[in-house]
Design a protein around this ligand. Sequence first.
Ligand SMILES: NC(=O)c1ccc[n+]([C@@H]2O[C@H](COP(=O)([O-])OP(=O)(O)OC[C@H]3O[C@@H](n4cnc5c(N)ncnc54)[C@H](OP(=O)(O)O)[C@@H]3O)[C@@H](O)[C@H]2O)c1
Length: 332
Amino acid sequence: MTDTIRWGIIGTGGIAAAFARDLRLLDDAEVVAVGSRSQESADRFGDEHGIARRHASYADLAADPEVDAVYVATPHPGHHDAALLAIEAGKAVLVEKPFTMDAAEARSLVDAARAGGTFLMEAMWTRHLPHVLEIRRLIDDGAIGDVVLVTAEHGQWFADDPEFRLFAPELGGGALLDLGIYPVSFAHMVLGTPQRILAASDPAFTGVDAQTSAILQYAGGAHAVVTTTLRAQSECHASIAGREGRIEIDGVFYRPTSFRLVRRDGRHDGETTTFAFDEPGHGLRYQAAEVGRCLREGLTESPRLPLDETVAIMETLDEIRRQVGLTYPGLD
Ligand SMILES: NC(=O)c1ccc[n+]([C@@H]2O[C@H](COP(=O)([O-])OP(=O)(O)OC[C@H]3O[C@@H](n4cnc5c(N)ncnc54)[C@H](OP(=O)(O)O)[C@@H]3O)[C@@H](O)[C@H]2O)c1
């Protein structure tokens, strides 16, 4: 491993561009290559982001000997095959969220990475943000006591456009997989794997889900209430209520933001402490920094988001989809 982690990006869309920009904020990482389905797009992206090595196929990017780590930034149905190319080429791989279309695809990638001894991580960038690390520390320290209730919601407004990725079934569209993954992953982070799930959903005009909600019930009696929509711009807030206090995360909870710790005092609210975090970029550099840390320490997965947890998150999404009858082309 070189001192600088040399990244290659698969896909040349919106989040690939944001990732390339944010990596400029790291001293020990650099985007050295891009892979696209076309030479034209690879060249355009390379020109825009100052990337010298431009490949006209994902396979060529995966095979590039100058690349240490591959970031997969295609629409969700492409994640599995693109990530597998990179794993089989022996690269460290960071795969956009949702990790795959379902848990079966997720297990396939995890098995391949473990068999090859290579690093693999879901790009749930929120896990690595400073406010989230601080929240986990506070919970672990007992600041709010045993967690009773997690609420998290993610709503964005999009114009009805059948061509747009979020409405297209063949591109894995719908609220749950794209937006709902944030509240679901957040609930998993705080409470682990649910024992029981109750879900409801309403379809968009293309048949993907426009709005989906679920109650996740846990062995110790805790609940998580998660909801997502692509019909309205919501506050995107999250909160964690425990026996001794609560954490209120300001919208947008999954981006760099501020939060308050409110401790219970007798029967009422007691002391409130506000935590604020500044971030010069989008916030994607933290997950790249975590990949770098893991590679330098010889880890093949991140303790912040182990692969078994990523698979469990996909299982939760599968169960929600099963209950509401949400299917996609090509999935069993
Ligand atoms: N972390 C975040 O904040 C965040 C934000 C947005 C999206 N995402 C995730 O990132 C992934 C990509 O989202 P995006 O918004 O960047 O998508 P996008 O703008 O549509 O770009 C996707 C890219 O993937 C490639 N691609 C491969 N097969 C494709 C196909 N059949 N149709 C269209 N493009 C295809 C294209 O690059 P080439 O033509 O060059 O191959 C395209 O530029 C999604 O899984 C999404 O969930 C994450």
